[in-house]
Each structure stands twice: as structure tokens, then as C-alpha cells.
Design a protein around this ligand. Sequence first.
Ligand SMILES: *Cc1c(COP(=O)(O)O)cnc(C)c1O
Length: 350
Amino acid sequence: MTATPVERRSLRDVPEYAPDATSCAVDLRDNTNFWGAPPNALAALRTLDPSLLNDYPPVAAGRLTRAIAAMVGVAPDEVAAGCGSDDLIDAAFRAVAEPGALIAHPAPSFSMVPIFARLNGLEPIAVPLRRDGAADAEALLATGARIIYLCSPNNPTGTVTPADVVRRVVRESNAIVILDGAYAEFAPELDDVRAEAPAFERLLVLRTFSKAWGLAGLRVGYAVGSAALVRAVRKSTGPYKVNAVAALAAQTAITSDADWVRARAADAVQLRGRVTEALRTLGLSPLDSRGNFVCVPVADARALAARIAERGVAVRAFTGLPVFGDILRVGVGPWPLMERFLDALRGALA
Ligand SMILES: *Cc1c(COP(=O)(O)O)cnc(C)c1O
């Protein structure tokens, strides 16, 4: 008998998300909070009520959802919480589009977007970023896609798409527009469209506790949009996606660590400027990143990242990207880590 493959046919071409392991002492590949976890959230976990472990959490993370809604300035039924914002991207795709529908996204952008599109039977269309790093509104609109994904500041370039462009894409299309703001805390100068999202009806704004909020290990993200859109996303995630421990940490962070988060984000912004200057001094031309990472076009990213890794620092290499070619993406943390990176880079370039 010939063996039948276990995977469904359309899954076979979907790549697995499997970043290489690293033995580097300094790992700057993920854009997490390199200062650590928020202190009051951490203290709450150290003294947690054991009944949190054997009881089910609220179905739709009720208390956390209310804390997020109060922070953002919307109603609780305009917020959906999930197991990281990845969960909400996945669920939103499934919630609003039938299999076979088109989803347009900028390129380069968050690598999980075309993967979640395929996992949900959707057809991703990559639309190159403009040279200035903003999303190309005309080209995205011209796809006629059912979903338009935007990311600002964008991963991996750090470049932004102005809020007016986001509003325009919502107004001039019939698409559901998903605005991923995973790095918004590092760009406080940008217009915050979260509180406007419910009135737009077809706009869903995503945020995460994984980056500025320092809780990547606990997996919490949220979506803000109209009550109808949020209801569809909640149906689509299924119940209990935020576990009780994660919900406790995130709601404590909102009520007691917001100043700490803002201060660490401001540190990251300041150090991002210092690293950018240092890269220019080395003759490189980093992009105008507004995230907690820098993005530098280089000739051969894989080879350069390997030489940097030999010197004990892991950075992310992207090769052959639309518009920007090869780039290194480097997370920004406390200055001693940045000095380790810059020393390794100087050695690698020498
Ligand atoms: C890191 C990242 C996410 C994923 O966040 P989680 O909440 O950890 O799932 C989503 N979008 C972008 C653009 C990211 O860089």
C-alpha cells in the first residue's frame, strides 16, 4: 500500500516557522524588551492565587479585556484578547474571509502574514513597500483584496505608514483593514488610531504585550475594532485563548507598570538613535526605524550575520527582500548589549 500523506495538500507548501538555534551569548534576533519583564506584573506572579491554575479563566479574558478597553478608551465589547497578536491575525483572517479570498500585504513585512493566510486557505498578494518604507496605498487598493494588512512601524524595516494613509485605505476600499501596531509604543509621535477603530467598522487594530510590555513568554495580544468585528474575531479564536496567569500579568502591567513600560520604550528610542548614528559612522545606511530595532541594508546579510555570530552576537539576516534586498535587523536594548553588537559588527566588517 502506498502511504497517504498526513498533511492536507494545501498545507504541504506552507513553511514551518523554525528559526535556527543560536549559541551566542547576546541574542538580538527578537525585538522583545531587553530590560526584562515589568516589575509589578512579575511580583503579582510570585504571589498568585493557586486557584488560578485549577479553575478555567474567563472565556474571553473578561477582566483583562476591560482593563485594555479602559486603557485604550473604547468599550469592552470592542476588544478581543488572544494568545499573542499572532493568534488574532490568524483568527481575524478566518473570521472575515472565505477560503480562496485575497489578502494583500506590504512586502517586506511580518513574515507570519502569508503563512497565516495559507493556513486559512487565503491567497496572499505581496505589494512592495514604497522606497520610503511606507505602504503603497494605491497598489494595495488596486488588488481589490478582501483583507488589507498594514504594519506600522513595519517589521522588519521599522518604517511607518502614516495614520492618514491607513484611514484612506479604510475609506477607499471595501476590505477589512488590519493595522498591526506591534511596535507602536516605540513611535509615540504617530497618530494612535485605536480609539477610532470601532467607528470605522472595517478597521481592526492589533497590539501585543510581547514587545514594549516585556511579556513575550506569556503570549498576550489584543485587537480593537467595532463590536461586530470583535465578535467575529472572538468566535474565531475560540474560548480561553488567554490563560489565567498571562491575564493576571497583563492586567497588572496595565494598572501598575505603564510608567515603567513608557520609560523603557523611551530608553529604546534613545538608544536606537545612538546605534543608528554609530552605524552611519561605519559607512552603513540604516533605514528610518521607529521600532525597538534597527534595520540596515547590507551586501550579503547571511555572511555578515554569520561573522557577527562568530563574535558572540546573534542578529537576524533577511535576504533578497523586495525593495530593500539584504538587511540585518537588530533588536535594541541596554547600551552594553549595543556595544557588544557594534564591536562584533566592526570585527565582522574588518
Ligand atoms: C512580534 C510581532 C507580532 C507577534 O506578536 P505576539 O503578540 O508575540 O504574537 C505581531 N506582529 C508583528 C509585526 C510583530 O513583529
